[in-house]
Ligand binder design. Structure first.
Ligand SMILES: [Mg+2]
Length: 499
């Protein structure tokens, strides 16, 4: 943007509109860490408008965020100074006083704050990285995923993707399985990871608060000595600052935490307790770019490095702006989800995120929403089997994405060759796009089976009937409903009304 554009930007004194949308994208297969399991990622996007420009922000949080954004934050944002993101951020925090800031409220504020900064940068014709001021040309990342639900083959393939294809010299594995009750498998998976990545790459583990204090110390020592683990994330609950400090004092690897920091005071308490070696800050939770930069300053003043938690594309501008950055988390779910929804995402090359300097704002825009919006009407009225084929065509092909693990399994390395007639008898079949069924049961008796369904889910019921089995129309309908429900999880929610 030239000087005329910048002048127009200065004249555009007020935000004129705000739109919030929700997208829910299923994971490519069931995922879990030490203390939580999930099957989809919900993305809440915010667009703010002024002078013909739009700024984009988002958070990974429950759809309930939209109520906070539309009912409470919109009145603060619309009409506010387009160049006054910190002031608007403070007013949003004040308006939410009675709701409790941590959690959904802070996630909502974060999405709006990011959108406001993006809008400002676009109006003045700058990349956000330049607006914040750069101190590095590229941002180191670490590969993050390694879920406890993965079998060895999947874990090895993901590690190879990071270290081999993307050249990332540091990777992270989830441990603390089932709240620390399966340490034998933790140790075996960590040993497998070290074997897969070789001697040169750094190996991190994340227990997500799954261990008890003494247990975490014992595990940390073993991880370090047996597999040269150098980063132990949330060995105990992040709320247990004394416990984090105790572990930090007794293990050789660095202790990290901070991903549940929803306000600056949280990080101040963590720093005061000397609980961590590296402070993790999540720009989609802590209060957006405004708060992320303040917390990074707090860490710098106390001699700590910071790491961007998840959301690698959104972290890029601020990660380039602070000297005390260690790295940004390149999280598997967001590696999949972001390119599905946004144009302009950056790619990892030789273990680093580059770019973000020859763009306006953070450089990302919401993909053609109209293209996404056609999914639901087209699917209505179709038979479940037709829905699946049509959905794949509309969503994955049109949006240009295909789950990595699915593609890999499609290449013929599928485990457990199936018996078609057994598919309908599975208790929890979860249909992935395409024709794969994976059944995972959590609990003390773990069963994991992945196999290729030679036909859609409703087929086995029909097969049984043809084969003379007792007719079970109710079962067939249940299959169809479950299948349809899964497909509709991809649906794009109806957008809010713009101002
Ligand atoms: Mg973590």
């Amino acid at each position: 943007m030239g000087s005329a554009g910048r002048a127009a930007g200065r004249d555009a004194a007020a935000v004129t509109g705000l739109e919030c949308r929700i997208y829910r994208v299923p994971t490519d297969q069931p995922e879990a860490d030490g203390t939580l399991a999930w099957s989809d990622t919900t993305v809440v996007t915010v667009e703010v408008q002024a002078a013909g420009e739009a700024g984009l922000g988002w958070t990974y949080a429950p759809a309930a965020c939209r109520s906070i954004i539309e009912e409470t934050l919109r009145p603060v944002v619309v009409g506010s100074d387009v160049f006054g993101a910190p002031g608007t951020n403070a007013e949003m925090v004040r308006r939410c006083r009675n709701f409790g800031r941590p959690g959904i409220v802070a996630s909502a504020i974060s999405a709006v704050d990011i959108a406001l900064w993006d809008l400002k940068a676009r109006l003045v014709g700058l990349a956000l990285a330049d607006l914040f001021g750069r101190c590095r040309a590229a941002v180191p990342v670490y590969g993050s995923g390694g879920f406890t639900t993965y079998d060895d083959e999947t874990t090895a393939a993901q590690l190879e993707h990071w270290t081999g294809e993307l050249g990332i010299p540091r990777v992270k594995l989830k441990v603390g399985e089932s709240w620390g009750t399966n340490v034998e498998r933790d140790l075996r998976r960590v040993a497998l990871a070290r074997k897969c990545i070789g001697d040169d790459a750094e190996l991190y583990v994340d227990a997500n608060g799954g261990y008890a204090r003494k247990q975490a110390v014992r595990m940390g020592v073993v991880f370090s000595e047996s597999a040269r683990v150098s980063w132990f994330e949330e060995p105990v609950s992040s709320d247990d600052l004394v416990g984090l400090r105790e572990v930090r004092d007794h293990v050789p690897c660095d202790v990290a935490a901070g991903e549940y920091g929803y306000d600056e005071a949280y990080f101040a308490r963590m720093v005061s307790a000397s609980a961590v070696d590296c402070l993790q800050i999540d720009v989609t939770r802590c209060g957006g770019y405004t708060s992320w930069l303040r917390v990074a300053g707090l860490a710098s003043a106390t001699g700590l490095q910071v790491s961007g938690h998840c959301a690698p594309n959104l972290h890029l501008p601020v990660a380039m702006a602070v000297p005390n950055l260690r790295h940004v988390e390149y999280f598997h779910d967001h590696e999949r989800t972001d390119p599905l929804l946004f144009d302009g995402c950056q790619s990892v090359v030789s273990g680093e995120l580059r770019g973000g300097t020859d763009v306006l704002g953070h450089g990302m825009t919401l993909k053609d929403v109209e293209a996404l919006r056609v999914v639901r009407p087209v699917l209505r009225g179709l038979e479940p089997r037709a829905v699946d084929a049509r959905f794949d065509e509309l969503f994955f092909d049109q949006i240009g994405a295909r789950p990595v693990a699915l593609a890999r399994r499609d290449s013929g390395r599928t485990k457990c060759p199936p018996k078609a007639e057994r598919i309908g008898s599975r208790r929890r079949p979860e249909l992935l796009a395409g024709q794969l069924v994976r059944n995972v049961s959590f609990g003390t008796k773990r069963k994991e089976k992945v196999y290729r369904a030679p036909a859609p889910l409703t087929e086995p019921c029909e097969d049984r009937r043809r084969a003379g089995h007792r007719r079970r129309p109710a079962r067939s309908r249940r299959c169809a409903r479950r299948r349809l429900h899964h497909v509709l999880k991809y649906d794009v929610d109806r957008p809010s009304q713009p101002d």
